[in-house]
Design a protein around this ligand. Structure first.
Ligand code: NAD
Ligand code: GLY
Length: 369
C-alpha cells in the first residue's frame, strides 16, 4: 500500500456538522486530533482484536493532548453487540469517575462504533465522541451519519439512538490488517451506493474491483471518499430517516433477515447485505422497475467482490415464510407491511411494499441450502 494525500468530506448538519478525514497514516498525525473540545478524560473503546494493533499508538498520541486517556477492549464480534457488552462501557466510565466532559473514541469496525456511539448518546444523557473506523464497512458507512445502537435477540439494531460524532478519522493504513473476508463485506456497502445514487460510481467499481481487492490505496481512497460523499448528501437532507435516508438500507431488509435467521456473526453484515441487494434487485425486476440486464450487472459485481449472491435456507419447511416473519421486524415496516428499498431504474431508489406472493417467488429463486 503506498501513501495517498488526505482528503476531507464535510457532512452538513447545522450545529452538528463535522468532517470525515480520509487518508494514510492519519493515526500518527496530531493535526487530525486538533480542535477537539477540552475533556476531563478520554476513553478509547476498541475490541480485543483491534486494540493490540492500534490502541497503543492512539493512546500515546491522545496522551499529548489530554491528561487522562483510558482504554477498554470489548469482546469481538456481532454476537457481542448487546446490552451486556454495552454495559462494560458504562462500567468503565463509572469506575474511572468519568463525567459529562469525557470524550469517547471508537476505535474499530461498525460493531465498536455503533456501541460506543450509543454509550456516548446515553452516558450522562450524552457526551461527545469521535469515530476512528478500522474496517472498510465502517469507513464507508457505519461511522458516518450518527446511527448508533445494539441488537436485540429478536431483531437487528433494534435499540439505539441518533448521535452524531464530532469527527470521523479514516486511516486507510488500518485496512492493511483487515481479513480478506471483511474487506469483501465492506465492498457490499460500497457497491450499494451505485444502484441507489450514482451510476458512474458503479462503472468505476466495475473497472476498479481488482484494485480494491488488492487494497490499492488510491482505489480505496476514491471508494471511501465517494461513498462518504453520497452518504453525507443523503444524511444532510434526512438526518433521522423520515424518508430519503431509507434508501441507504438497500439490501438490508433481506440482509437483516439473513443475519438474524442465521444467528448474528455467522453471515457477516456485509455478506448479508450483498446477497440482500441481489434479492432486492430481483424483486425490483419482478415489479417492472428495472431490467434483467441491470440485475445481472449488479449480481456480477457483487460476486466479483467476493460476496455471496445465493441466500441461505432459514427454514426447511417454509423458508420464504421465515424470511417474511423476520422481515416484518424491520424498522421500515409500517403496520406490519414490509417496505423494501427497490431499484427504480439505474441509480435511483424508492421505498415501497410488495405483494407477499412476489416476495416468496424471489426468495424461492434466490435461496438454496
Ligand atoms: P465488525 O465491527 O465486527 O468488524 C469486523 C471484524 O474485523 C471484527 O472481527 C473486528 O475485530 C475486525 N477488525 C476491525 N478492524 C480491523 C483491522 N483494521 N484489522 C484487523 N481486524 C479488524 O464489523 P463491520 O463490518 O465493521 O461492521 C458491521 C456492523 O456495523 C454491524 O453491526 C452493522 O449493523 C453496523 N452498521 C451500522 C451502520 C450505521 O449506520 N450505524 C451502517 C452499516 C453497518
Ligand atoms: N446505514 C444506513 C444508514 O446509515 O442510514
Amino acid at each position: 500500500m503506498s501513501k495517498s494525500p488526505s482528503q476531507s468530506v464535510s457532512i452538513d448538519l447545522a450545529e452538528r456538522s463535522y468532517d470525515i478525514h480520509i487518508g494514510s497514516g492519519l493515526l500518527q498525525q496530531e493535526s487530525f486530533f486538533e480542535g477537539l473540545p477540552r475533556a476531563t478524560s478520554v476513553l478509547i473503546v476498541s475490541n480485543e482484536t483491534v486494540a493490540p494493533l492500534y490502541c497503543a499508538q492512539l493512546q500515546a498520541l491522545l496522551g499529548k493532548k489530554f491528561a487522562k486517556v483510558l482504554t477498554l477492549a470489548l469482546p469481538d464480534g456481532e454476537a457481542h453487540k448487546n446490552w451486556q457488552t454495552l454495559n462494560l462501557i458504562f462500567d468503565a466510565l463509572l469506575q474511572h469517575g468519568c463525567d459529562r466532559k469525557t470524550l469517547l473514541v471508537a476505535l474499530g469496525g461498525g460493531v465498536v462504533g455503533d456501541m460506543t456511539g450509543f454509550a456516548a448518546a446515553s452516558f450522562m444523557r450524552g457526551v461527545p465522541f469521535v469515530q476512528i473506523p478500522t474496517t472498510l464497512l465502517s469507513q464507508v458507512d457505519s461511522s458516518v451519519g450518527g446511527k448508533t445502537g445494539i441488537n436485540h435477540p429478536l431483531g437487528k439494531n433494534m435499540i439505539g439512538a441518533f448521535h452524531q460524532p464530532l469527527r470521523v478519522i479514516c486511516d486507510l493504513d488500518t485496512l492493511k490488517t483487515l481479513p480478506q473476508r471483511e474487506l469483501s463485506a465492506g465492498l457490499a456497502e460500497v457497491i450499494k451506493y451505485g444502484p441507489i445514487a450514482d451510476l458512474q460510481f458503479m462503472d468505476w467499481l466495475e473497472q476498479n474491483m481488482d484494485h480494491l481487492l488488492a487494497r490499492d490505496v488510491e482505489a480505496l481512497a476514491h471508494a471511501v471518499r465517494r461513498s462518504c460523499e453520497i452518504k453525507a448528501w443523503v444524511v444532510a437532507q434526512d438526518e433521522r430517516e423520515g424518508g430519503l435516508r431509507a434508501i441507504l438500507n438497500f439490501g438490508h431488509t433481506f440482509g437483516h433477515a439473513i443475519e438474524a435467521g442465521m444467528g448474528y456473526g455467522n453471515w457477516l453484515h456485509g455478506e448479508a447485505v450483498g446477497c440482500g441487494m441481489v434479492m432486492a434487485a430481483q424483486l425490483s425486476q419482478r415489479l417492472g422497475l428495472v431490467d434483467a440486464a441491470f440485475v445481472a450487472r449488479l449480481q456480477a459485481l457483487t460476486l466479483r467482490a467476493g460476496l455471496p449472491v445465493v441466500g441461505p435456507i432459514l427454514n426447511g419447511t417454509d423458508n420464504a415464510g421465515r424470511y417474511l416473519e423476520l422481515m416484518r421486524l424491520d424498522k421500515k415496516s409500517d403496520a406490519g407491511e414490509i417496505k423494501f428499498v427497490l431499484i427504480d431504474g439505474p441509480s435511483k431508489a424508492r421505498v415501497q411494499g410488495a405483494p407477499d406472493a412476489l416476495v416468496r417467488e424471489v426468495i424461492d429463486a434466490c435461496c438454496q441450502a
